[in-house]
Design a protein around this ligand. Structure first.
Ligand SMILES: Cc1cc2nc3c(=O)[nH]c(=O)nc-3n(C[C@H](O)[C@H](O)[C@H](O)COP(=O)(O)OP(=O)(O)OC[C@H]3O[C@@H](n4cnc5c(N)ncnc54)[C@H](O)[C@@H]3O)c2cc1C
Length: 498
């Protein structure tokens, strides 16, 4: 604590003279930013700061403002699009701002610093018999602040309780583009901040909905894509607290991992990261079999025996993995070492009533582009594959994918089709054609593309028109908060944000 205060005072003192000096090139880092998947994300990072207190973060923002320089906050760098970037800006790594400030069991919320990872949050909640449950994105090592910016989500449809990070976010403290600390609890600012993509300031603290842990039963159901298209998936996902599906077209099957509340179950208590880990285990099972199959070692298709209930990550694992990644990323960024292959995805939301047509569209596109796999040193990877998630419609976040802009169409819930693929320079062209073709089919069904995930191919599809006026509402808040574009970036401009 004392060292934190000392650190803040020293940093503030070292920055103060700069705040009064004429703008000068104080860029020291001048490297690239490497993301979590170990491929380079951003060029021309000016400075890379890692504050440990809110006051320190504020001093950094104020200094950048005085120099007329842009600012970009980053979390665990799990993003794979260049929404993580801003040219020649000062970057603020949020991962050391991770104190849990308070947990209120009676009122069902936790208040913590925005660099807290979901895994660390869970560990703190577990001691109180609480969890963040289904609003769990797919990886416990990402920060809640980063997940909020990207409008990340878990998967669950019929039960109550937030499924998305924006829906679970009750209030935030943000260092705004004027360098002031502002608390936002409601209104249009909160609706915009719930999918801010880092464009509205640095979110430093979050008040987040949590609830008591419950017993959870896990199971896996496998259906053929033919049956899914003919009969739909509603009878499978119905009444389940959470269901997530993986569709591997080369198997012609969809594996649906289901989690249901079961207070009589003898297994472990379900927690947010147990849900996350279970989903990851299913995903690994499905993927490894698909890849093995592609290599002509086709094992038996996915079956119900793949079900392995998983418990949440423990503190040392979370701390250890985060630290190792942090070190690797810094060294790679500084020396420009990057992997040649990355992972990308496109995501679309559709009204639940159209899920059969959406699966049929995916199937038809894969059939057309059956030779899409990429080869790495002679080994062919069975990608892309498709994740199918479910979420209730909601209207608390302007740019959430499941924003309930038209209750008659979206009110029954949404299905999210997420297409994953490996990217390299060699396959860019081929993947691009595949993505265009799939996009054309899904847009014809009324799909809404994810505004922050997608790249050029989707931007050409007119992302903003699909959000029924919500882009304009977001932009009104952005202009009011950041008229000098301190936090605006090139990616957002390409996505059509004005
Ligand atoms: C658009 C998009 C949507 C995604 N949706 C999902 C999903 O639904 N489910 C899932 O499991 N995974 C999702 N992912 C993958 C990953 O889980 C998310 O990217 C997650 O947000 C990464 O968190 P992070 O801490 O690594 O943030 P980073 O990748 O470091 O940053 C993500 C964005 O948040 C901004 N940001 C980070 N911290 C702050 C802060 N404190 N204040 C202001 N801005 C900040 C950054 O500038 C950047 O724009 C998504 C990825 C993208 C690109």
């Amino acid at each position: 604590m004392v060292s934190n205060i000392l650190h803040t005072v020293l940093l503030a003192a070292s920055l103060l003279p700069l705040a009064h000096a004429a703008p000068a090139d104080t860029c020291k880092y001048k490297g690239a930013l490497v993301n979590w998947q170990l491929f380079k994300t951003c060029n021309h990072v000016c400075n890379l700061y890692t504050p440990t207190t809110v006051a320190e973060a504020q001093a950094i923002v104020r200094n950048s403002l005085a120099l007329g320089r842009g600012v970009k906050a980053v979390g665990a760098r799990h993003s794979y699009t260049d929404n993580l970037c801003k040219e020649n800006a000062d970057f603020i790594d949020m991962t050391k701002l991770h104190n849990i400030i308070s947990i209120n069991k009676d009122e069902g919320w936790a208040y913590f610093e925005a660099g807290t990872t979901f895994g660390a949050l869970e560990i703190a909640l577990k001691k109180e018999g609480m969890t963040y449950g289904f609003a769990a994105p797919a990886w416990p090592l990402i920060t809640v602040g980063g997940a909020l910016a990207n409008s990340a989500h878990g998967s669950g449809w019929t039960t109550g309780g937030p499924i998305t990070v924006p829906a679970a976010t009750l209030a935030v403290d943000i260092i705004n583009p004027q360098g002031e600390l502002e608390t936002i609890t409601d209104g249009d600012k909160l609706a915009a901040i719930k999918t801010n993509l880092g464009l509205l300031g640095v979110v430093v603290r979050i008040k987040y909905a949590v609830h008591p842990s419950r017993k959870m039963r896990y199971s896996l159901e496998v259906v053929s894509d033919k049956d899914a298209i003919a009969d739909g998936l509603l009878s499978i996902v119905e009444k389940q607290a959470g269901t997530i599906g993986w569709y591997i077209p080369s198997f012609q099957t969809i594996a649906l991992a289901k989690m249901s509340h079961a207070d009589d179950y003898s297994g472990p208590l379900a927690s947010g990261s147990a849900i996350t880990n279970t989903m990851q285990t299913f995903r690994r099972n499905v993927l490894s079999k698909a890849i093995a199959c592609k290599l002509a070692l086709c094992p038996s298709p996915i079956s119900n025996s793949s079900v392995v209930p998983v418990v949440g990550l423990e503190e040392d694992v979370i701390g250890g993995v985060s630290a190792v990644y942090g070190d690797i990323l810094s060294v790679m960024g500084k020396f420009g070492i990057v992997l040649p292959i990355g992972v990308g995805d496109d995501e679309y939301a559709l009204p639940i009533s159209r899920h059969q047509e959406a699966i049929a569209a995916v199937k038809a596109t894969f059939k057309e582009y059956h030779d899409i796999d990429i080869s790495i040193k002679g080994v062919s990877a069975a990608l892309p594959f498709v994740e199918i998630r479910f979420a209730p419609a909601e209207d608390t976040a302007y740019l959430a994918l499941n924003t309930d802009s038209d209750p008659a169409v979206w009110g029954q819930g949404t299905v999210w089709i997420e297409v994953w693929f490996l990217t390299s320079e060699a396959n860019e062209n081929q993947i691009g054609k595949f993505r265009n073709a799939l996009q054309a089919r899904l847009l014809a069904l009324g799909a809404r593309p994810h505004w922050g995930k997608t790249r050029e191919v989707t931007f050409q599809g007119g992302v903003r028109d699909r959000y029924n006026g919500n882009f304009a509402k977001f932009e009104a808040v952005r202009h009011a908060m950041d008229s000098k574009n301190t936090f605006m970036n090139e990616f957002a401009t390409r996505a059509g944000i004005q």
